[in-house]
Write a protein that binds this ligand. Sequence first.
Ligand SMILES: NC(=O)C1=CN([C@@H]2O[C@H](COP(=O)(O)OP(=O)(O)OC[C@H]3O[C@@H](n4cnc5c(N)ncnc54)[C@H](OP(=O)(O)O)[C@@H]3O)[C@@H](O)[C@H]2O)C=CC1
Ligand SMILES: CC(C)(CO)C(=O)C(=O)O
Length: 294
Amino acid sequence: MTEAKIRIAVIGPGAIGGTVAAWLAQRADFDVLVCARTPFADLEIETPGGSIAATPTIATRPDGLTPVDWVIVATKTYDTASTLTWLDALVGPETRVAVLRNGVEHLPPFADRAPADCLVPAVVDIPAERRAPGRIRQRRDGWIKTPDDAAGRAFAALFAHTPIRAETTPDFRSEAWRKLALNCAGAVNALILKPSGIAHDEGAASVMRALVAECVAVGRAEGAVLPDDLPDQVIAGYRAAAPDGINSLHADRAAGRPMELDARNGVIVRLGARRGVPTPANAMIVALLNAAAL
Ligand SMILES: NC(=O)C1=CN([C@@H]2O[C@H](COP(=O)(O)OP(=O)(O)OC[C@H]3O[C@@H](n4cnc5c(N)ncnc54)[C@H](OP(=O)(O)O)[C@@H]3O)[C@@H](O)[C@H]2O)C=CC1
Ligand SMILES: CC(C)(CO)C(=O)C(=O)O
C-alpha cells in the first residue's frame, strides 16, 4: 500500500510563500497547493544553488477545497483578513497552521482558527524578492525557527530535504525580537528608498542603531533576552548583505502597496507605550512613512 501524501497549502505565493512552496514541492510525497490572489502558471526560484522549478496546484478561490495537513500562511500582515477566508476551507481538526511572518505578533489573528498546539509561529530569515508572479530571487538559503514543541518540530522536519536551515528554538520570543531588531532598522531603507548598502553611510547607520536600541529596550521589557551589542550586530549584518538587497517593507513602498509598518515599527511604539519605554525614533519613522504613503 502506498503512503498518503502530506497535503500542504501555502497561502500567499510571494517572495517567502513562493520560495517555500517551490522547495516543499521538490518532495514527491508532498502534495503542495498554492493559494494565490494573482494567478500564475508555475514557480521558478533563483536560489543560491541554482534555479528550481515547481508546478504545484494553484487555487485562486477557496471554493471546493478541503482540509489539509498543513496550512502555511505567508501573506503580509496587512492581508490577514482576506487570508482568513482560505482557512475556513483548509483547516480541519487535524490541520496544523504555520505563520511565516515578520514581527512578534504571529498568532493572535489565527488563535481562534486552530487549537494552540496546532499553531506554529515561525521566524523567517530568507532574503527573497519577487520579480513577477511565480518568479522569485532567493538571495540566501537562510533559516526558519519555530518553537521547540511537537508542532514546531514537525514543521521544521518538512524542510529536511532543502538547504533552508529549519530548526526549533527553546526561546521563540527572543528569536522573534532579535529578528524584529533587524526588520525595524529596514524602515530606513523604505523611507529613503535605498537598498541594504546604505547602511555603510554613517548617518543612515546611526538612525538604524537608534531604531534597534529602542527595539532592544522594549523587547527586554517584554521578556526577550537580547544582547547589548544588537544595534551594532544589525548594522554589521546590513553591511555584509548584498548592497542591492531590497527588504520587504522597502519593496512594498517602492511598489505603492500597503506596508507592514505597524507589525515592524508600530509594534515597538505600541508595546513601548504599554511598558513605559520611550520610542521616539520608531514613532518618528512610522509617522514619516505613513505621511509618505498619503
Ligand atoms: N521578502 C523577504 O525577504 C522576507 C519577508 N518576510 C516576511 O514574510 C511575510 C511575507 O512577505 P513576502 O513574501 O515578502 O510578501 P510578498 O508581498 O512578496 O507576498 C505576499 C503574497 O501574498 C499574496 N496574497 C495577499 N493576499 C492574499 C490572499 N488573500 N490570498 C492569497 N494570496 C494573497 C500576494 O498576492 P499578489 O501576488 O496578488 O500580490 C503575494 O503573492 C511578511 O510578513 C514579511 O515581512 C520574512 C523574511 C524575509
Ligand atoms: C531583512 C529580511 C530580508 C531578512 O530576511 C527581511 O526580513 C525582509 O525583507 O522582510
